[in-house]
Every structure is written in structure tokens, then in C-alpha cells.
Design a protein around this ligand. Structure first.
Ligand SMILES: Nc1nc2c(ncn2[C@@H]2O[C@H](COP(=O)(O)OP(=O)(O)O)[C@@H](O)[C@H]2O)c(=O)[nH]1
Ligand SMILES: [Mg+2]
Length: 327
């Protein structure tokens, strides 16, 4: 997500006042003393207030509307940030912004109302205005901090396409998931960080006729038993339910991956339960390297599986397109 990180109040004010000084100095001097004082001091107020207001407004505008967020991201947001606290911080920021704009209007009004002989009264009005917005901005620091903490986390959410038909790849480490993704999508996968795992998602796109299908490998997520995860990680895993039209489960019959077939079957059963209703395509990979016995055993364990070794594009690619690509 593209979100602004707000400066602390001190920095916000420093920049605002510097911009105000500059903008007012850029105005050409007026011969008429009161006109000159009014023009320059109003410029200082306008420039400083508008800058702060724009920054604060951006935080509110850029933050996603929770009612419109895609369910996948919604679930990820719920498990990575405290949404209520963040919305409260944004509410505070928005309220203070409105007060700053009101103070701006008042101060400008007072300057405009000054009489001819009152030109020296303009600068003190600005000073008073600066003092008041400084006080207001400082009170915002806690909310800015809370908002920023969430914004930083949201900025790190993976950029997956929620509008493309998508298949998620699962299976124990070293069963060949990345290899399959690479072969199916032919281009180097995009890498995206995902909360709850130190590893990165690998995202590739399978092109079939006019259709583009998103394939996501999920190292660190769907590659070990779910009961080893804490509640928040489970939510991060469950979020894929909103994204996946199909799951590709990769099994390794050779034991080269280091996990017995029974364990792999258990993981399959867990995933099937977790993603109930979403079709799972099982791939028995490394068919080229497996012995006859290993293959037979794997085929028995996973009925209806697709065998893969060489020529992966053929069977699996077609099956993904058949299941995922029809809508
Ligand atoms: N013999 C054979 N080896 C494979 C096959 N697919 C992957 N491998 C090897 O298995 C190892 C793990 O593959 P990788 O794609 O990184 O597995 P991942 O951890 O599931 O992503 C690598 O050394 C691959 O070269 C295959 O079809 N046949
Ligand atoms: Mg991998």
C-alpha cells in the first residue's frame, strides 16, 4: 500500500515555518506599509497552515477505506495492525487538522481587519498563530506515532493482484515448488515480503491465450504443519482463502526433500481442511528421479495426482487453466 509516513510534529512545524518564511520573502515588497504587512503575514499563515493540513490530510486520504478493501488484504490488515487504534489516530489527526484550518481563517481575518496605522500588529498575530498550531501539532505526536507504526506495516504487505485468477502453491520445502513455478511461468518470479514469514513470496504469471493466472509460492507458510503456527500466523495463512481459486500441492516421492511421504500426506490433509471448498491439484514431482516403488506408493497416497518431472507445462499447466481459468 502506498501510504505517507508523517513527520514528527517538530519536523512538520520546522518545514511548515521554513516554507512560510520563503513564500513570504518571495512576495515583492509593497510601498504601502499596511498592505505590505498584511500580504506577507497572511502568506506566512496560509503557507504554514496549508502545508501541515495537506500532510495530515494525505494520511487520511491514502488510508484504505475498510469497507472497500479486498478481503485478502482486510484479513492481512487485521492480523498485522490494530485497525481501531489506527482509525482513532487518524480521526484525531483529522480533527486537529480542521482546528488548524479554523485558526488559519481567524488569524487571516484579524490581519485583514487591521487599520492603516496598525501594521506592526500583523507579525504578532502570526506569532500567536504559530504558537497555537505548535501546541496543537505537539499534541498529535502520539497519534502520528500510532498511525506511522501501522502505515509502515501496511506498506510492507505483499503486492499481489487481487483481480487475477490465482493458484497458491503448497508442499514441504525442497519438494520442487519454486522449480515448478519457474517452469510454468517462464519468467523470473517477483518477490514480495509477507508478514509472519522471514521468507518471501514468489509470484509468477502463467499466460494462457488471453488469460493471465497468478501463481504464488508461499515458502515458510504452507510448507509445514499448521498446528506449529500461532493464531496470528494462522490468520495470515487463512487470508489466502480469499485469493486462491486453486491450490497446487507439491509432493516429493523420492524423500530427497527430507520429509517422509506420510508427513506430506498429513500436510495435504491439513491444507485440504484449512481451505475447504477450494480445489487442490496434487503434483507428484520428481517423477524422473523416483523409483518405481516410490512412485507407486505416492500414487496410492495421492489418488488423482498429476505426475511431473520433465515437461511440467503440459499436465499441470493445463489443469490449472482448467480449474482457475474458466471464470
Ligand atoms: N530430479 C528432480 N529434481 C527436482 C525436480 N524439481 C525440483 N527438483 C530439485 O529439488 C530441489 C528443490 O527444489 P525447489 O524448487 O527449490 O523446492 P522448493 O523448496 O519446494 O521451492 C532442487 O535441487 C531442484 O533442482 C524434478 O522434477 N526432478
Ligand atoms: Mg522454494
Amino acid at each position: 500500500m502506498n501510504l505517507i509516513i508523517l513527520p514528527k510534529s517538530k519536523d512538520l512545524l520546522d518545514v511548515a515555518f521554513r516554507k512560510a518564511r520563503k513564500a513570504s520573502a518571495m512576495l515583492k515588497s509593497e510601498r504601502n506599509v499596511i498592505k505590505d504587512a498584511k500580504g506577507k503575514n497572511i502568506k506566512r499563515i496560509e503557507t504554514s497552515a496549508n502545508y501541515i493540513s495537506e500532510m495530515l490530510l494525505r494520511a487520511n486520504l491514502e488510508f484504505p477505506n475498510m469497507k472497500e478493501v479486498n478481503p485478502f488484504y482486510c484479513e492481512l490488515m487485521e492480523s498485522t495492525i490494530d485497525i481501531n487504534q489506527t482509525l482513532k489516530a487518524l480521526g484525531h489527526i483529522s480533527a486537529e487538522r480542521r482546528i488548524i484550518l479554523k485558526l488559519k481563517g481567524n488569524a487571516i481575518g484579524r490581519i485583514k481587519g487591521l487599520e492603516k496605522q496598525e501594521s506592526t500588529k500583523a507579525a504578532p498575530i502570526v506569532k500567536e498563530f504559530y504558537g497555537r498550531i505548535s501546541g496543537l501539532a505537539k499534541k498529535l505526536d502520539k497519534s502520528i506515532e500510532n498511525y506511522n507504526r501501522s502505515a509502515k506495516k501496511l506498506k510492507e504487505l505483499p503486492k499481489v493482484k487481487t483481480d487475477l485468477p490465482t493458484a497458491i502453491i503448497a508442499g514441504y520445502p525442497n519438494t520442487g515448488k519454486s522449480t515448478i513455478l519457474g517452469r510454468l511461468t517462464k519468467s523470473k518470479p517477483k518477490i514480495a515480503a509477507y508478514p509472519f514469514t522471514t521468507q518471501k513470496l514468489e509470484i509468477g504469471y502463467l499466460l494462457h491465450k488471453y488469460q493471465k493466472i497468478q501463481l504464488i509460492d508461499t515458502p515458510g507458510l504452507l510448507d509445514r504443519p499448521l498446528d506449529e503456527r500461532n493464531k496470528i500466523e494462522r490468520k495470515g495463512i487463512a487470508a489466502f482463502r480469499h485469493l486462491a481459486e486453486a491450490i497446487v500441492f507439491v509432493a516429493d516421492p523420492t524423500m530427497q526433500c527430507g520429509f517422509e511421504l506420510e508427513k506430506q500426506v498429513n500436510l495435504f490433509n491439513e491444507i485440504e481442511k484449512e481451505f475447504e471448498g477450494i480445489p487442490i491439484i496434487v503434483v507428484i514431482n520428481k517423477a524422473d528421479a523416483a523409483s518405481k516403488e516410490e512412485l507407486e506408493k505416492a500414487k496410492k497416497a495421492f489418488e488423482k495426482a498429476i505426475l511431473e518431472g520433465e515437461g511440467i507445462e503440459s499436465g499441470l499447466g493445463k489443469e490449472i487453466v482448467r480449474i482457475v481459468g474458466e471464470n
